[in-house]
Design a protein around this ligand. Sequence first.
Ligand code: GDP
Length: 290
Amino acid sequence: MPSIQWFPGHMNSGRKKAAENMAITDVLIEVVDARLPAASSNPLIDELRKFRQRPCLKLLNKADIADPAATKVWLDHYNGIPGLKAMAVSFKKQSDMAKVVGWCRSLAPTRGSPDKQLRMMIMGIPNVGKSTLMNGLLGRKVAAVGDEPAVTKSVQRLEIDNSHVVLDTPGLMWPKIELESDGYMLAASHAIGTNAVLEDEVAYFLGNLLLKRYPGLVASRYGFDIAGLDGVSLVEKIATKRAWRKKGGALDIEKAAMALLKDYRTGVTGNISLETPQSREAMIAEKRAA
Ligand code: GDP
């Protein structure tokens, strides 16, 4: 696959502000995408947390469309790390959102009164659900929630009630692309804007991954035999089966690629996780060996 330049050069522009805000934070809430928890985190968050010795609630959001078996493995993995509490959530559910403050209180038991407010900061890469959580915690709309990355921009410090405060957007971080597959996984999951990459390359990557990890779901979603297919031929077959053609008669590959991506992004294909701790270890080992 070609090497893609995912970002311009300002990936860590939020670093200084995040470090300043960490000093006035009791509990850090890191939101990641449950379908790709490592690729959708930024190691800087962990670095800052350790430097300031702040506990962290790591929320694996969008668990409603992730693979529950993979999510469980990730939770066991993260919950073995000191200073970290990891939980799987779906911010589509008000009942999950309602638990977040209690989890934060358990990490900072001396805080959470009018004299000693519990100060929480939400951090995460674009499109993981930070604004949705913010709105849910505050019970009102304070930040634009949209399906396009990086809608959240300005800094906000907001009271949930007189004992609980939440800082919002200084926590916007760009993902750190440690492995090339991270870039593809993030693009497939819409954490990286669609204009930044070639969507069909991303669809081929996703197709290969889905065929390997979830062949049954792919077969039942598209209703054809998938034996012997790879990402490219899967996309072609979707276009052929649906008779998607451009003017002049050529197969409309872009349309089929978009359909594959959209089905994954919206959870229509099924409950899918793109990585596990084991698959990530294997990718890292492969990179070292190369
Ligand atoms: P932010 O960029 O991190 O602030 O992310 P947003 O809060 O704007 O959410 C990004 C997109 O993910 C929106 O389309 C949300 O509706 C969607 N979203 C947020 N939480 C969940 C969830 O738990 N499950 C699903 N399926 N979608 C979610």
